[in-house]
Write a protein of this length. Structure first.
Length: 53
């Protein structure tokens, strides 16, 4: 079952790794961070790893 998961601090090393792993498992990830550029980078990396049907 897919869930929507909100990760604060997801631009950092630990939470970005968790975000990518959870996305690979098929969950929807909300990437939040005070540093918008870091959050945008993680979100783009997640989008790039997505396999489209």
């Amino acid at each position: 079952m897919s869930k929507t998961i909100v990760l604060t601090g997801a631009g950092g090393v630990l939470c970005s790794t968790m975000a990518k792993a959870l996305a690979k498992e098929g969950h929807n990830i909300a990437v939040l961070d005070l540093r918008k550029d870091a959050a945008d980078q993680v979100a783009q990396e997640i989008k790039n790893q997505a396999v489209l049907p």
